[in-house]
Design a protein around this ligand. Structure first.
Ligand SMILES: [Mg+2]
Length: 186
């Protein structure tokens, strides 16, 4: 049974997290793609998640992205936050996940994966701590450690990053660092 991220029984595990890996469609976005008459797709990303990436950077939490489709616009959006650890290209994500774990050397118990759909299950079952958005597939919600209050594309990643920074007891320190940063956290 999936719990809320604020559940007291989860805080010790959240405090140990060193890397957060996120899915794109349905997690960083609401899962919709808009197509123009030239067949070009557009997706919307939450600015709240964007500031979440800044919080993670200042808290020293590594970020990674696992997606079924590595689109140029997704890369551009993530590069704005210096996120270059992006892997994927098809729906079998476990191999990409294993590569990412090997490359970073971070123990799996210290990694969160956030995914919303059935083909995320192999990674969600494997990772140290699994999270799904509020509007994920019911079978995914049933199997993860925690479910966010936010729906996909509406601040899911921000919610998870905040929960980890707070569980680590770093919240005040991180906010102060960003306030005093000459580049405003960028
Ligand atoms: Mg997805």
């Amino acid at each position: 049974m999936a719990l809320n991220l604020s559940d007291s029984s989860l805080q010790d595990r959240l405090a140990k997290i060193e890397m957060i890996i996120v899915d794109v469609d349905g997690v960083l976005t609401d899962g919709l793609a808009y197509y123009d008459s030239n067949g070009m797709a557009m997706k919307a990303f939450s600015m709240r998640d964007g500031f979440g990436f800044v919080l993670a950077k200042f808290a020293g939490i590594e970020l990674g992205v696992l997606t079924g489709n590595v689109a140029e616009m997704v890369k551009r959006r993530l590069e704005a936050f210096n996120i270059t650890r992006i892997k994927g290209g098809h729906f079998r994500k476990l191999g990409f996940y294993e590569e990412m774990v090997e490359e970073t050397g971070i123990p799996e118990q210290e990694i969160i994966y956030i995914g919303d759909d059935l083909f995320d299950l192999p990674v969600l079952r494997r990772v140290g701590f699994s999270v799904a958005p509020a509007d994920a597939h019911p079978d995914v919600i049933r199997q993860v450690d925690a479910v966010t209050e936010s729906k996909g594309g509406r601040g899911v990643v921000r919610e998870v990053i905040e929960a980890v920074v707070r569980a680590k007891g770093k919240w005040d320190e991180v906010i102060e660092m960003i306030e005093n940063d000459e580049d405003g956290g960028r």
